[in-house]
Design a binder for this molecule. Structure first.
Ligand SMILES: [Zn+2]
Length: 270
């Protein structure tokens, strides 16, 4: 095998499926973009690569280019195993949701180093954070960053509404307690007047001022700092619902693991 056919990359394994007798096809998030590759013989008992190619693991790979099929993994080493994401059901569900969002928003061959860094850091945090509050805030912060990197950055600072043919653009601060609107079609928040004028539209949701504050914090604050954000459970539920609505609108189909997360939460309460 000539050396110019080989290349190296770091990668996060985001999906795996079995292929033939002993092979596995892997979808990867890498600094070179989203890739689909094959690991030959990894399902054999004595495979040395297998342990480095677990779901959600961060690995360092050497690949051989293939002209006719998927590129082939020739060497694999673990950088971070992210074992907690496979051992813990709730962390695993959030991890699946995060990589699914990546998978749905980023096409094969697209997405570069900034998105890889985001996915890597978010999964790393997900292994460490406390459950419930912090994990939910992390998911919301991840959504804001991913949406920004794929060109769907939500506007939380100014009203995105239109009235009488003019863009509203009203700056929205923390003041007031009137209901605001979430308008995924226009890409952000509606001021109270624009919300009242558009509330009958199927895609417009109501949004509390506290939810807007939290969304804004999720867009700006670091993962570490967000963990101390004072958010009551009801507010976290409102913001999760708002973002699922926003994301679903832009994907024009349901994000399956998001639905699964809601179901899991319901079952948890019973
Ligand atoms: Zn407005």
């Amino acid at each position: 095998m000539s050396s110019e056919r080989l290349y190296r990359t770091e990668a996060i394994i985001i999906h795996r499926r079995d292929q033939g007798e002993a092979d596995r096809v892997l979808a990867l998030c890498t600094p070179l973009g989203k890739m689909v590759v094959i690991a030959k013989g990894v399902r054999k008992l004595r495979s040395r690569k297998a342990g480095h190619l677990e779901l959600f693991a961060h690995a360092r790979l050497v690949l051989a280019r293939s002209r006719s099929s998927w590129d082939v993994i020739t060497q694999a080493d673990t950088v971070e195993p992210h074992a907690a994401l496979r051992d813990d059901l709730v962390r695993g569900t959030y991890a699946r949701y995060m990589v699914e969002l990546y998978d749905r928003f980023v096409a094969e061959g697209e997405g570069g180093e900034p998105i890889f860094d985001l996915v890597r850091r978010a999964l790393g945090y997900l292994c460490q954070v406390e459950m419930d509050r912090a994990v939910s805030l992390l998911a919301r912060a991840y959504e804001q960053r991913l949406l920004t990197l794929v060109g769907f950055r939500p506007e939380w600072d100014r009203c995105v509404g239109e009235r009488e043919g003019h863009a509203c653009g009203r700056p929205l601060g923390a003041e007031g307690n009137e209901a605001l609107g979430l308008d995924p079609e226009r890409g952000g928040v509606l001021c109270p007047e624009c919300y009242q004028a558009n509330r009958k539209q199927r895609t417009v949701l109501s949004l509390s001022p506290a939810a807007l504050d939290l969304l804004r914090a999720c867009q700006r604050q670091s993962f570490a700092r967000l963990q101390s954000y004072p958010a009551a459970p009801a507010l976290l539920v409102e913001v999760e619902r708002a973002m699922l609505h926003y994301v679903t609108y832009h994907l024009e189909q349901n994000v399956r693991s998001g639905t699964f997360l809601r179901r899991l939460r319901r079952e948890d309460k019973n």
